[in-house]
Design a protein around this ligand. Sequence first.
Ligand code: N01
Length: 546
Amino acid sequence: QGKSEMTNDCTSTTPDYDAIVVGAGLSGIYAVHRLQQRGFTVRAFERGSGVGGTWFWNRYPGLQCDTETLSYSFTFSDELYRGWNWSRRFAPQSELMAYANYMTDALGVRDAIQLNTAVLGAHFDDDANLWRVDLDTGQSVTGRYFVAASGPLSTTNSPTIAGLDTFEGTVLHTAQWPFEPVDFTGKKVGVVGTGSSGAQLITALAGTVDKLVVFQRTPQYVTPAQQRPLGEEEVRERKDNLDDLRALMRSSSHGAPGTGTDRSAFDDTPEERDRVFQAAWEFGAQAFALATYNDLTSNEEANGFAADFVRRKIAEIVDDPETARKLMPTYLFGTKRPIKVDDYYETFNRPNVQLVALREEPFVSATTTGIRTTAADYDLDYLIFATGFDAMTGTLFEMDIRGRDGLTLRDKWENGVYVRTALGVAMHEFPNMFLVQGPQSTTIMNNYTLGIEINMDFIAGLLERARAEGNELIEATAQSEVEWAELCQTLAERTLLLKTESWWTGANIAGKPRPKLFQSYTGGLKQYRLALERAQADGYREFERT
Ligand code: N01
């Protein structure tokens, strides 16, 4: 409960809540819990009609989390980890939603979450030292702290095609999927985009639809997830050895068992390398990208070994040589987020699936009956955009966030060109505002659930320290955010990631200025955790407290 009822009283200096949280996805749920547990009053606002965040909105057929369930789970509570049973190696959307609801109820945070309520703006009041938060319900609330748990992938990228409004079929987006099931039986369906969402959707729809036309811009590297039901024995094993699992996750580079390796691709002969890649292909999950060799995304020659292996697989799997040619990726392996989907290339052997290479035959326009490219007309009942997100800054910029003296976050970060955060959790000139899995944290690079825990435990500790010392304001120093942003950029420059245009590099949104500082911390989850632990041990010197 808040200290007082919500108020529109702009002169009040006693905030309604200690903390206001944006979002009730997994990060918002944990943020509310962690702050309540430390004795802070908290209110979270969620625009959806249910909790779950990304899993609430992305309901398209075939969706499953591509991090294994046994590690895509909160590990802070033995009881809650043991109390939940995943049915499969990778959780489908319905189970992910059930998990978000399970955590919400088990942690007792449901009453602190106001659904169907979007945060429109949050302004720091320099005189009262609090945040004034405006909601789309017309309400305005105040909080001492403002915590953005709004997710890195929660604002869709919806490119348009000339004449789209004349198309008489149905247009959908994977991340704004209808709540009622859509029956695609006997329909002609076009899918634009072949990232993680597109690849999952394409393989799921192919068996149902009459005709599936895949509009592909960049051919992708897709390795099998190797989905399967979980065995009772492996679940029991994990639950009985939770301390080991936790230690393994926290000391691994990606926050999940089976990630990271000490071996270079040059340690092996070509034959040995093929055996290693083949074993990883058969094992599935993230093994191919993260557990084969440690130099795949830092050395171009090593990268070529992995890329060649996948290209050979495509040539072996895909029957039609022309389709296989169109499916061959040429960018550096792993410089877009690796896609783990079963039977992706096999799907293109189905007689009802057609691949359109947009770089060879670009869109001309939509028509009343479908899509026209420079080479042909495609009749469609549905056109589905699987075109991703305005990642990292998109959702933060959508809200009108203003720090000291009315400075907007958009101006502070120069439209996303110079994003700078202290340790991925806070910004200078935005006192008492915190980010959970925001830019320059491990966010989309590593296991998300553990990243949330590490982030929020740090923030809660900092708030507790400020409270104990009687500080009203916590503000990242200008120096700390410059240093951290430079570190993020330096680490990214040691990889091959900057050589490819992707949503990781902020290059996927037409007209959006290109970031000059990398927006993720790529040093790995273990190093990130250690950096936050050092900051805590050193008395939070990155933050001025008054
Ligand atoms: O989006 P994407 P996504 N015309 O940006 C194409 C997470 N996720 O939703 O590569 C034509 O990766 C674009 O082409 P190109 C995960 O982190 C997780 O698939 O830019 N095509 C690309 O093919 C993932 O990385 C899960 O040339 C256009 C596709 O659309 C992130 O979300 C599942 C276009 C977009 O791919 C984003 O994935 C799903 C245009 N104008 C997603 N604009 C899990 O399982 C874009 N494209 C955890």
